[in-house]
Design a protein around this ligand. Structure first.
Ligand SMILES: C[C@H](CCC(=O)NCCS(=O)(=O)O)[C@H]1CC[C@H]2[C@@H]3CC[C@@H]4C[C@H](O)CC[C@]4(C)[C@H]3C[C@H](O)[C@]12C
Length: 324
């Protein structure tokens, strides 16, 4: 499972949790403007916007899971297993392989309007990266500081949904996730008033009872509701420190602890990493399951006019601030 979210204070923030039972070997990867992208069906691009994100680099190619570009657009791929069906290569359309989707969009688009225009001409096709890395079944959230959309390719074609909550998890499809929020419209960060039965003397015997009924399990629909409630009621100061702190708390509401979600005998899904990008400043912050200290990588500290990837292996292991 995974959860992605957007958040705005003074700056625009975009991030995700990546939940899985193993890691592909991920690195914070900066793709500078002149890195040559050879698209399988769309030829070579020698010049594009710079990108920073989490990627598995295979044969020198950045396979991004989530990233932002230097213009402040963010994009993340999350599992959509059993529902993702990619399109066929079609003449006259922009045929983009699923593993190329993030570079294709973030390399060219300065805002969500430009994203929508590109999607209009695009077929998302299932061409695999390699025999070892076949097509992943994903859906995506794409956002800028003003709005977010969800892109889902299914048996009946590509769907582009407005995403007014700025949140994405996994199955079921996005429209159903949004529909299920109807169930929670009575929840509130305020203490409840008794509308149950006026003949009864009911009490608020604990803080937080306004959100009683908000799910706390790790299923995708439950995480959707939990993180949507948390994000939409979240209050934060405008500074960078306050904003990223709050953002990690929002995604912390759907953190997965080892042992609570068994995927096969003795294998457990955990939150491998949590990211928070400042999309305005081009900074990628993250924590990992084993390292709660926030690590940051600033794309503008790299030579963005270069042609070679900048790769930063994840800092692992708890960084404990000893006091004596
Ligand atoms: C496993 C992850 C999703 C985690 C998740 O959502 N877990 C929920 C489980 S559940 O749905 O709730 O049961 C996804 C998210 C992004 C993916 C990479 C995208 C680039 C590249 C695409 C290539 O085609 C294949 C290899 C590749 C490196 C991909 C590997 C893997 O697929 C990644 C890491």
């Amino acid at each position: 499972m995974c959860t992605a979210a957007t958040y705005k204070t003074k700056d625009f923030y975009f991030g995700r949790t990546l939940d899985y039972e193993f890691s592909y070997g991920d690195e914070i990867t900066v793709t500078p403007r002149k890195f040559p992208f050879e698209f399988r069906h769309m030829g070579k691009r020698d010049s594009h916007y710079a990108i920073i994100g989490m990627a598995h680099v295979a044969g020198g190619y950045p396979l991004y899971y989530d990233a932002i570009n230097e213009k402040g657009v963010g994009m993340a791929g999350l599992n959509f297993v059993g529902n993702a069906v990619y399109q066929a290569v079609e003449a006259g359309r922009d045929n983009v392989a699923q593993f190329e989707f993030i570079p294709w969009i973030l390399g060219q688009c300065a805002d969500l309007d430009e994203v929508r225009a590109l999607l209009d001409r695009m077929n998302l096709v299932g061409t695999p990266f390699s025999e070892q890395l076949p097509s992943a079944q994903l859906h995506w959230i794409i956002a800028d500081r003003n709005a977010a959309i969800t892109v889902e390719c299914m048996a009946d074609g590509m769907h582009i949904h407005e995403n007014p909550v700025g949140v994405l998890t996994n199955n079921p499809p996005f429209e159903t996730q949004m529909f299920l929020l109807n169930n929670y419209q009575g929840l509130s960060p305020k203490q409840p008033e008794n509308t149950f039965a006026e003949q009864l003397q009911l009490q608020s015997y604990s803080r937080g009872m306004g959100a009683l009924g908000l799910p706390g399990d790790l299923s995708s629909a439950s995480r959707f509701a939990k993180v949507a409630f948390t994000k939409m009621n979240s209050k934060s100061g405008d500074s960078e420190a306050e904003s990223i702190s709050q953002f990690f708390h929002i995604l912390g509401s759907v953190d997965q602890q080892r042992g609570c979600c068994e995927v096969t005998d003795g294998k457990y899904e955990i939150t491998l990493y949590t990211s928070c990008c400042n999309a305005d400043k081009g900074i990628y912050y993250y924590t990992t399951y084993e390292n709660h200290q926030i690590t940051g990588v600033d794309m503008h500290h790299c030579d963005l006019d270069g042609s070679e990837l900048f790769r930063y292996p994840l800092v692992q292991g708890e960084q404990i601030h000893w006091m004596n």
